[in-house]
Design a protein around this ligand. Structure first.
Ligand code: GFB
Length: 310
């Protein structure tokens, strides 16, 4: 089975490649191959691949992404770039008669003022948190675009909705990154300078984190077994933790004794979602996923960063 992975060498794409079984030929596209905001460039590269190795599925991971502070800085690009990229990929897949596309959204797109745990049917029931509205609306529209292709052309274009993802091959640049790679970047430099680990915000905010390899397993399983295309699958473990718990664990693994908090903007207080295994049980699936423990996932990610930032 030939599968194109857009954003193929990034946080999720690289994990999909690592966890693909031997029957799958992964073709990893990244921004070096083509600017997916450009329709003609994207059509050229994807049809060239399709003509030589017929593609049955596209896993669409490519996006302009970033943590809280990048989203607050760049709402325009977060919306425009993602709208362009998503529209191009779906139109190209359809034009090349590629019948299955899996799209990766994010739980930050759910309404901010809502009853917890968040359930998938809440997706369009109110505005997202102001800190990421550009990105959130572009990704909500992607859910609607997939639905339109299913309705009008019977395409199996569907979405999965992960919580905060972390792992090797992430973007560790603290200006744009998410919290875990940002704190790992800061921890490694603080350790060298024998300084405390500085955490943005109060540390009280709550998040659910999924390790990228665990997410990859859900995506490959969904391609083979998941039939409820109208119900985007939320990908998240049960437990929700504070940012300070994450920071303290990174400090402990990095042998840093002191953690300090800036108490500045912390974004959405929480975005608690119904976990994947409960969702699957409610939909009648017997499949249950195991989760990588946070300490193990963080240790592997720190070791990967130290190895690759030399
Ligand atoms: O991961 P993060 O940037 O994104 O921040 P969101 C999570 C929490 O960690 C916030 C705190 O409360 C931050 O204040 N934090 C503490 C830090 N230290 C740091 C740090 O050094 N760097 C960063 N980045 N945060 C994003 C959405 O929201 O979630 C994206 O904006 C996407 O669009 C992503 O959906 C999954 O969880 O707040």
């Amino acid at each position: 089975m030939n599968v194109i992975i857009t954003g193929g060498t990034g946080l999720v794409g690289s994990a999909l490649k690592l966890n693909a079984d031997s029957s799958i030929n992964c073709i990893q596209l990244n921004s070096k191959n083509a600017d997916l905001k450009d329709y003609n460039q994207s059509l050229k590269i994807i049809s060239e691949i399709h003509n030589s190795t017929p593609i049955s599925i596209i896993i669409h991971c490519a996006a302009r992404v970033g943590g809280l502070y990048r989203n607050m800085r760049e709402p325009v690009e977060m919306m425009n770039d993602n709208l362009l990229i998503n529209t191009n990929i779906l139109n190209i897949a359809h034009s090349l008669n590629i019948n299955k596309v899996v799209c990766v959204l994010s739980t930050c797109i759910f309404p901010d003022k809502i009853e917890y745990p968040i359930k998938v049917e809440d997706l369009h029931m109110g505005p997202p948190h102001p800190s990421n509205e550009g990105y959130a609306h572009a990704k909500r529209i992607l859910e609607v675009q997939c639905r339109a292709f299913r309705k009008q052309y019977g395409r199996e274009y569907y979405c999965i909705i992960p919580t905060n993802i972390y792992g090797p091959n992430d973007n560790f640049n603290p200006r744009d990154s998410h919290v875990i790679p940002g704190l790992i970047y800061k921890a490694v430099s603080s350790k060298k300078e024998n300084k405390p680990l500085v955490v943005s915000g109060s540390g009280k905010h709550l998040r659910q984190f999924i390790f990228n390899l665990d997410l990859a397993d859900i995506i490959w399983w969904s391609i083979k077994e998941y039939k409820h295309f109208d119900i985007p699958l939320i990908c998240c473990p049960e437990n929700e933790i504070t940012i300070s718990k994450v920071a303290e664990t990174i400090a402990q693994i990095s042998k840093i004794n002191e953690v300090k908090y800036t108490n500045d903007e912390g974004g959405q207080y929480k975005k608690t979602c119904l976990d994947t295994n409960t969702q699957l049980k409610n939909l009648g699936y017997t499949k249950q996923f195991k989760w990588t423990l946070l300490e193990k996932g963080l240790t592997d990610t720190i070791l990967w960063y130290i190895e690759h930032s030399k």
